[in-house]
Design a protein around this ligand. Sequence first.
Ligand SMILES: Cc1ncc(C[n+]2csc(CCOP(=O)(O)OP(=O)(O)O)c2C)c(N)n1
Length: 316
Amino acid sequence: MLERFYRSLYRIRRVEEEVARVYPSDVIKSPVHLSIGQESTAVGVCEAICEQDVLFTSYRCHAPYLAKGGDLPGMIAELYGKAAGAAGGKGGSMHLVDVAKGVMGASAVVGTPLPNAVGYALGAKIQKKDVAVACFFGDGATDEGVFHESLNFAALKRAPVLFICENNGFAIHTHQKFRQAVPDIAGHAEAHGITTRRLSDNVTEIYDAVREAREALEKNPDAGPFFFECSIYRWKEHVGPSEDYQLGYRHLEDAQPWLDNDQVRVVGEKLAVATREAIEQEVEAEIQAAFAFAASAEFPAPAELYTHVFGEQSHA
Ligand SMILES: Cc1ncc(C[n+]2csc(CCOP(=O)(O)OP(=O)(O)O)c2C)c(N)n1
């Protein structure tokens, strides 16, 4: 399992480091919200759920997309605004999608994954499918009314949702303690009668907890929903390729414990050197190929501006 964790953790980290490296050249045509430092949530969850399971996520979607098996060349081409991109080059970094792999689409509107996940999960349950839905969102999304509406309805209907709150402490630059009278997100989920776990950023801990929940859902479709609050830390600025400790809303000392516990490094050090190096070589070649593919791909034809706007296909 550690090898699988490492491959996925390292791959996400290196893809995003490359995104950050090329970003100033303006080849990437959209804002980027990086998950650097937060990879273990996506990896722990996506390794624990099943092939047929799906996920919904917010604009900070690179990590869940890649961890669930989303196509890498399609992702980079999407960031470059190319026709071969995951969303035809029209969505950019915040709208990655790979339905065949269960990545049901990402949204820039905070909170969107919550009702979408609940609706999908309830539909799957009514159709008696063994499908669980992982729903990724940040602590900022829990400030919204739709968070409580979605949790209440999911709990009422026992929808097979795995709510994954990636609590990095901040909604843009505002800390949770300045936004919530009771800054206890897991406690809010418990108040809705949902089985809840508070987790660290340890990838094995996240995997074990989510696997247990997924197994419970397989045995009993009424076992859910489940809620996981994962404490993690965003290393980069809210949006963009750089660090932002100079802004003063947080400090490098705050980040230090998270940097010291970097899951990419910690898990990598548990592997034999030869195993680790072989994984890294494969991943580096894959990343190089994906960026080369995106660079040489075509932009969408101008006529594409007028397609997928009003859902004309579905009314044809
Ligand atoms: C409905 C809505 N309200 C406000 C915004 C502006 N906004 C963009 S990101 C963000 C912070 C969200 O923080 P969080 O949910 O914790 O996610 P993170 O960025 O930390 O991953 C806000 C308020 C938005 N995009 N959508």
